[in-house]
Design a protein around this ligand. Structure first.
Ligand SMILES: CC(C)(COP(=O)(O)OP(=O)(O)OC[C@H]1O[C@@H](n2cnc3c(N)ncnc32)[C@H](O)[C@@H]1OP(=O)(O)O)[C@@H](O)C(=O)NCCC(=O)NCCS
Length: 129
């Protein structure tokens, strides 16, 4: 499978569909249309033009969060999440050392190898609306 990497956001339809296909929560398309262009950094992987992987970094440069890491089920198990994360970590490396980089890990094995760890001095929280 030949994979094309691009540092761009996916389309709104692609973004919403891939989140659902991988079991992440559904996102409001109108909200996604406003939010995607505000990404600090984004990466897409395509096979013959079809989106098979994506990831984004959001935030303001002082605080950033890695979000929307997803690989289409048909393309999983081939190392594509590492390709996405290596691209994102290259972007992170361009930020000031004082930048705080956070994420919520549904699968912690994906992030440990890039140096992420569960902090012992604070607790990540989320609000279910
Ligand atoms: C999590 C997800 C992105 C992984 O994508 P993937 O392309 O199938 O993963 P990869 O094939 O790149 O595997 C990544 C690495 O983890 C390893 N790995 C895979 N499954 C593992 C497991 N259950 N436990 C430990 N390591 C595992 C692989 O061997 C590979 O190691 P390597 O990078 O050293 O070669 C994909 O399964 C997905 O989209 N899941 C649903 C959405 C999701 O949970 N996103 C993350 C939200 S935080």
């Amino acid at each position: 499978m030949e994979i094309a990497l691009a540092e761009v956001v996916p389309t709104v339809d692609e973004f919403c569909s891939l989140r659902i296909a991988v079991g992440l929560s559904a996102m409001d398309p109108a909200a996604a249309a406003e939010a995607l262009p505000r990404s600090l950094h984004a990466v897409t992987l395509r096979s013959e033009g079809t989106l098979v992987g994506m990831g984004r970094v959001v935030g303001d440069g002082l605080h950033v969060q890695i979000v929307d890491i997803a690989v289409d089920p048909a393309a999983q198990g081939q190392g594509l999440s590492r390709v996405i994360m290596e691209n994102i970590m290259a972007f992170i490396a361009t930020l000031p050392e004082s930048t705080l980089v956070n994420l919520f890990a549904d699968v912690d094995w994906l992030y440990h190898k890039f140096g992420f760890a569960v902090p012992d001095h604070t607790t990540g929280m989320t609000l279910h609306r």
